[in-house]
Design a binder for this molecule. Structure first.
Ligand code: SME
Length: 160
Protein backbone atom coordinates (compact mmCIF):
# COMPACT_ATOMS: atom_id res chain seq x y z
CA UNK A 1 0.00 0.00 0.00
CA UNK A 2 1.20 3.45 -0.82
CA UNK A 3 1.28 5.87 2.12
CA UNK A 4 1.11 9.66 1.88
CA UNK A 5 4.17 11.27 0.33
CA UNK A 6 5.56 13.32 3.18
CA UNK A 7 9.08 14.34 2.22
CA UNK A 8 8.96 17.17 4.81
CA UNK A 9 8.94 14.57 7.59
CA UNK A 10 11.95 12.83 6.11
CA UNK A 11 13.79 16.14 5.72
CA UNK A 12 13.04 17.02 9.36
CA UNK A 13 14.33 13.60 10.47
CA UNK A 14 17.53 14.15 8.47
CA UNK A 15 18.06 17.62 10.00
CA UNK A 16 17.49 16.24 13.51
CA UNK A 17 19.96 13.41 12.91
CA UNK A 18 22.49 15.90 11.57
CA UNK A 19 22.10 18.02 14.72
CA UNK A 20 22.87 14.89 16.71
CA UNK A 21 26.12 14.39 14.78
CA UNK A 22 24.93 11.56 12.55
CA UNK A 23 27.65 10.49 10.13
CA UNK A 24 27.36 10.80 6.35
CA UNK A 25 26.54 7.10 6.00
CA UNK A 26 23.97 7.31 8.80
CA UNK A 27 22.23 10.20 7.01
CA UNK A 28 22.21 8.28 3.72
CA UNK A 29 20.90 5.17 5.48
CA UNK A 30 18.15 7.20 7.15
CA UNK A 31 17.10 8.66 3.79
CA UNK A 32 17.01 5.19 2.19
CA UNK A 33 15.07 3.64 5.08
CA UNK A 34 12.52 6.44 5.31
CA UNK A 35 11.87 6.57 1.56
CA UNK A 36 11.45 2.80 1.36
CA UNK A 37 9.06 2.90 4.32
CA UNK A 38 6.67 4.97 2.17
CA UNK A 39 5.79 1.65 0.53
CA UNK A 40 4.94 0.99 -3.11
CA UNK A 41 6.18 2.16 -5.55
CA UNK A 42 9.34 2.43 -3.39
CA UNK A 43 10.61 -1.17 -3.39
CA UNK A 44 14.35 -0.64 -2.81
CA UNK A 45 16.32 2.56 -2.28
CA UNK A 46 20.06 2.93 -2.94
CA UNK A 47 22.42 5.84 -2.17
CA UNK A 48 25.26 5.92 -4.68
CA UNK A 49 27.89 8.61 -4.14
CA UNK A 50 30.54 9.83 -6.57
CA UNK A 51 34.05 8.94 -5.62
CA UNK A 52 36.64 11.72 -5.83
CA UNK A 53 38.09 11.83 -9.32
CA UNK A 54 41.69 11.37 -8.15
CA UNK A 55 44.46 11.04 -10.69
CA UNK A 56 42.26 9.61 -13.45
CA UNK A 57 40.26 12.82 -13.86
CA UNK A 58 36.56 13.10 -14.59
CA UNK A 59 36.42 9.98 -16.79
CA UNK A 60 37.65 7.79 -13.93
CA UNK A 61 34.77 8.78 -11.68
CA UNK A 62 32.48 6.08 -10.40
CA UNK A 63 29.46 5.77 -8.18
CA UNK A 64 29.93 3.82 -4.96
CA UNK A 65 27.04 2.31 -3.02
CA UNK A 66 27.19 3.81 0.50
CA UNK A 67 23.78 2.81 1.88
CA UNK A 68 20.65 0.96 0.80
CA UNK A 69 17.31 -0.26 2.04
CA UNK A 70 15.62 -3.26 0.43
CA UNK A 71 17.10 -5.87 -1.88
CA UNK A 72 20.83 -6.34 -2.02
CA UNK A 73 22.57 -5.50 -5.30
CA UNK A 74 25.74 -6.77 -6.90
CA UNK A 75 26.24 -3.31 -8.42
CA UNK A 76 28.21 -1.70 -5.60
CA UNK A 77 30.33 0.39 -8.00
CA UNK A 78 29.02 1.88 -11.26
CA UNK A 79 31.14 3.80 -13.77
CA UNK A 80 29.85 7.21 -14.88
CA UNK A 81 27.96 6.64 -18.14
CA UNK A 82 26.97 3.05 -17.32
CA UNK A 83 23.38 2.02 -16.69
CA UNK A 84 20.57 4.30 -15.60
CA UNK A 85 22.62 5.47 -12.61
CA UNK A 86 25.73 6.35 -14.57
CA UNK A 87 23.64 8.00 -17.28
CA UNK A 88 22.12 10.37 -14.72
CA UNK A 89 25.59 11.59 -13.71
CA UNK A 90 26.90 11.74 -17.30
CA UNK A 91 23.93 13.80 -18.52
CA UNK A 92 23.32 15.79 -15.33
CA UNK A 93 19.64 14.80 -15.58
CA UNK A 94 17.45 12.83 -13.20
CA UNK A 95 16.14 9.63 -14.80
CA UNK A 96 12.55 8.40 -14.54
CA UNK A 97 12.43 5.09 -16.41
CA UNK A 98 8.88 3.66 -16.65
CA UNK A 99 10.04 0.37 -18.21
CA UNK A 100 13.57 -0.81 -17.48
CA UNK A 101 13.22 -3.62 -20.07
CA UNK A 102 13.57 -1.15 -22.95
CA UNK A 103 16.79 0.46 -21.65
CA UNK A 104 19.76 -0.77 -23.68
CA UNK A 105 22.47 -0.41 -21.04
CA UNK A 106 20.29 -1.19 -18.01
CA UNK A 107 22.17 -2.86 -15.15
CA UNK A 108 19.70 -5.39 -13.75
CA UNK A 109 19.80 -6.22 -10.03
CA UNK A 110 16.89 -8.67 -10.14
CA UNK A 111 14.01 -9.73 -12.35
CA UNK A 112 11.28 -8.11 -10.22
CA UNK A 113 12.27 -4.49 -10.90
CA UNK A 114 10.00 -2.91 -13.51
CA UNK A 115 10.72 0.81 -13.23
CA UNK A 116 13.43 3.01 -11.76
CA UNK A 117 13.86 6.60 -10.57
CA UNK A 118 17.28 8.22 -10.17
CA UNK A 119 17.47 11.65 -8.51
CA UNK A 120 20.79 13.45 -8.36
CA UNK A 121 22.14 14.87 -5.11
CA UNK A 122 23.57 18.21 -6.26
CA UNK A 123 25.15 21.10 -4.45
CA UNK A 124 25.04 23.97 -6.94
CA UNK A 125 26.74 22.71 -10.09
CA UNK A 126 28.45 19.84 -8.29
CA UNK A 127 26.96 16.36 -8.37
CA UNK A 128 27.67 14.55 -5.10
CA UNK A 129 25.76 11.35 -5.87
CA UNK A 130 22.21 10.10 -6.25
CA UNK A 131 19.23 8.34 -4.77
CA UNK A 132 18.32 5.37 -6.98
CA UNK A 133 14.92 3.79 -6.43
CA UNK A 134 13.76 0.49 -7.87
CA UNK A 135 10.09 -0.36 -8.16
CA UNK A 136 8.31 -3.64 -8.75
CA UNK A 137 5.45 -1.52 -10.11
CA UNK A 138 5.51 -0.85 -13.89
CA UNK A 139 5.75 2.91 -14.57
CA UNK A 140 5.79 3.30 -10.80
CA UNK A 141 6.98 6.88 -10.43
CA UNK A 142 4.86 9.98 -10.99
CA UNK A 143 6.04 13.57 -11.08
CA UNK A 144 4.90 13.82 -7.44
CA UNK A 145 7.22 10.96 -6.48
CA UNK A 146 10.07 12.63 -8.34
CA UNK A 147 9.43 15.95 -6.57
CA UNK A 148 9.26 14.24 -3.17
CA UNK A 149 12.56 12.39 -3.66
CA UNK A 150 14.15 15.58 -4.95
CA UNK A 151 13.27 17.32 -1.67
CA UNK A 152 15.12 14.59 0.21
CA UNK A 153 18.08 14.70 -2.20
CA UNK A 154 18.29 18.50 -1.87
CA UNK A 155 18.29 18.22 1.93
CA UNK A 156 21.10 15.66 1.76
CA UNK A 157 23.12 17.97 -0.51
CA UNK A 158 23.15 20.56 2.28
CA UNK A 159 23.73 18.20 5.20
CA UNK A 160 26.37 15.78 3.88
N1 SME B 1 19.64 -0.47 -12.37
C1 SME B 1 20.74 0.43 -12.12
C2 SME B 1 21.82 -0.24 -11.32
C3 SME B 1 21.66 -0.09 -9.86
S1 SME B 1 20.58 -1.20 -9.19
O1 SME B 1 19.23 -0.90 -9.73
C4 SME B 1 20.51 -1.04 -7.54
C5 SME B 1 21.30 0.96 -13.42
O2 SME B 1 20.92 0.53 -14.50
O3 SME B 1 22.16 1.84 -13.35
Amino acid sequence: MSGPLEPDKIVRALRAAHLHDASRVELLQLACDRLRRLGAPFTSVYAYMLRDPGAGGAEARELVLEAFSGRETEHTRIAVGQGVCGTAVATGEDQNVPDVAVIGNYLACNLETKSELVVLIRRGETTLGQLDIDSDVPAGFSEAHHTAVKQVADALAVLL
